[in-house]
Design a protein around this ligand. Sequence first.
Ligand code: BDR
Ligand code: CA
Length: 313
Amino acid sequence: MARRIIIDTDPGQDDAVAILLALGSRDELEVASIVAVAGNVPLALTQKNVRRVCEVAGRADIPVYAGSVRPMVRQLVTAEYVHGETGLDGSNLPEPKMALQPQHGVDHLVDILRAEPAGSITLCTLGPLTNVALALVKAPDIAPRVRELVMMGGAYFEGGNITPTAEFNIYVDPQAADIVMRSGIPITMMSLDVTHKVLSTRERVEAMRAIGNRCGVTVANMLTFSEKFDRNKYGTKGAPLHDPTVIAYLLRPELFQGRKCNLTVEISSELTMGMTVVDWWGVTRRPANVFAVNAADADGMYRLLNERLARLP
Ligand code: BDR
Ligand code: CA
């Protein structure tokens, strides 16, 4: 039976690739809904971008919700300098026709987690954790009902990408991340430590284009746009491909390695705000609250991605 997932996301080209990877994996994953959050670009764009991606995949039937318009405490920080003004620059996808669900995304999370059997829903978060944290504040009873939360966020060995110590998704809403880390939900963290090991090299991007279908070509065009910033910044042959690692982990956990450890989020110091303090060596004896992933079989992940993109229109 396919595993039921909810994707919480702020597209973002790499979010879009993650959504397509999930939609191309229908035997294993059933996408119950997708909830947008403000992050890479404002919510008005991220919710629209989710619908554009569903439509290119021929999946206008997926219920799409708009969640939080801003982080819980701090001002919204966006990343147009990476993703372009629309968040999906390079994709050339048309304005969406499918409707947005009328309910607020946070209320949807509460309702669906209460309605579905406990332990049946996996949350996949690809952006700031605002929606999930607000749902937990509103309805703490949902925490033990979540099967697992697999998130893209955080960094330890790699350092930060938005500040020297913080990764973007956690930095944008550190208070939300702190609530989620303390929730007791089983969490797997795909941090920069792993996403910086799965680079979208030219050969890998062109292999997606060569699939020849519209999703493969769209992904190649999008990544060609978004990789420019990171390639210049890091001087590598390709950009890290962040959010698809979340879906790839669900599909093929054997492609990844990590360890269970304690993670605490910095929410006081402005200098290190949003830092994910990972007790990799167990020096604090604080209980493990995450499975922190730090290594991957990159070729295996790209093979999987190509195989699943090929199943889409
Ligand atoms: C994360 O931030 C966003 O720019 C990407 O979509 C990814 O979720 C990487 O730090
Ligand atoms: Ca994202």
